[in-house]
Design a protein around this ligand. Structure first.
Ligand code: SF4
Ligand code: SF4
Ligand code: SF4
Length: 283
């Protein structure tokens, strides 16, 4: 009975451990086992804390995973873990670091855990979540097209480095990582205050959502509403940082691909009608 309660952390830990094991054996590099074992453990720990109603459970995972990637992989190991790094390694044909990170967390992983990356691991959002506007003060604006512009800028930047045969690319990518993070944090904080919405950067500017949104549409893990319990009080929608209509169980729910699985909606439901379920429509 107790084990059933922890099925999700066990499942996610197993997935990450399996990825680490596979990469270790195929690439003969034990680092992958350590890397994915650590991330799987951090995610499982956060979920276990959440199940046991610890208030800062999500924050624990954000710090453990986001801090590890930004400080250890990004700044100490000098791997560009941002979108530019993904393009860079893709163009050089090297399947490691940012390419693996993107494949697991942002391209194929979302088929299983949606935008869990955005809720539990992103080091940009870990800081933005500390700002005062946890729930948006205004309705969502139609500015999502900006993400395609920032995505294109990132792609053009890396392509230009290759086309112009620029030397010492490793060093340039490291500085690009630092400058990119400064720009993300700066614009994210400004947007949050201007729009009175901590997650405005995620909604309008973040280029990574070009991958995350379409893949998370099919996410196995999602918040579903038990319509037989719901009394339409609207409390859940009022606390959602991403303007999702989680009371609609269809895949086309309003802002459905924006859900970061933060579970704030489930905490406020007076009827316990919301929960993690694997895509089943209970209507
Ligand atoms: S949308 Fe972008 S900035 Fe926001 S949490 Fe996701 S990856 Fe991070
Ligand atoms: S409050 Fe609910 S619907 Fe909104 S992002 Fe969090 S988990 Fe998703
Ligand atoms: S908080 Fe619960 S009862 Fe109220 S609208 Fe949301 S799901 Fe329904």
């Amino acid at each position: 009975m107790k084990l059933k309660k922890y099925i999700m952390p066990i499942l996610l830990f197993t997935v990450f451990a399996a990825v680490g094991l596979t990469l270790w054996l195929t690439k003969s590099n034990v680092f992958y086992l350590f890397n994915f074992g650590y991330i799987g453990t951090a995610i499982a720990l956060g979920l276990i804390l959440f199940i046991n109603r610890y208030r800062h459970a999500r924050r624990v995972t954000q710090i453990l995973v986001g801090g590890y990637m930004l400080i250890y992989l990004g700044l100490i190991c000098r791997e560009n873990m941002q979108l530019e790094g993904f393009f860079y390694y893709l163009f050089t044909g090297v399947f490691e670091a940012a390419t693996i990170h993107y494949a697991v967390a942002k391209i194929f992983g979302p088929l299983l855990f949606g935008r869990g990356w955005c809720g539990y691991a992103c080091w940009t959002a870990a800081v933005l979540d500390l700002l005062p506007y946890k729930t948006p003060a205004h309705p969502r604006k139609k500015l999502g097209f900006i993400r395609y512009i920032t995505f294109a800028v990132s792609l053009v930047f890396v392509s230009a480095l290759f086309l112009c045969h620029v030397g010492d690319l490793e060093r340039i990518m490291f500085y690009a990582f630092i400058i990119g993070n400064v720009l993300y944090y700066g614009s994210g904080v400004i947007l949050a205050f201007v729009m009175k919405d901590n997650r405005a950067f995620c909604k309008y500017l973040c280029p990574v959502t070009v991958f995350l949104k379409p893949m998370s549409y099919f996410s196995l893990l999602r918040v579903n509403c038990d319509k037989s319990l719901c009394v339409n009080c609207g409390k859940c929608r009022r606390v959602c940082p991403m303007n999702v209509d989680m009371t609609d169980n269809s895949r086309r729910r309003e802002n459905g691909t924006e859900c970061i699985l933060c579970m704030e909606c489930t905490k406020v439901c007076p009827k316990n009608a919301l929960g993690h379920r694997s895509g089943k429509n209970k209507e």
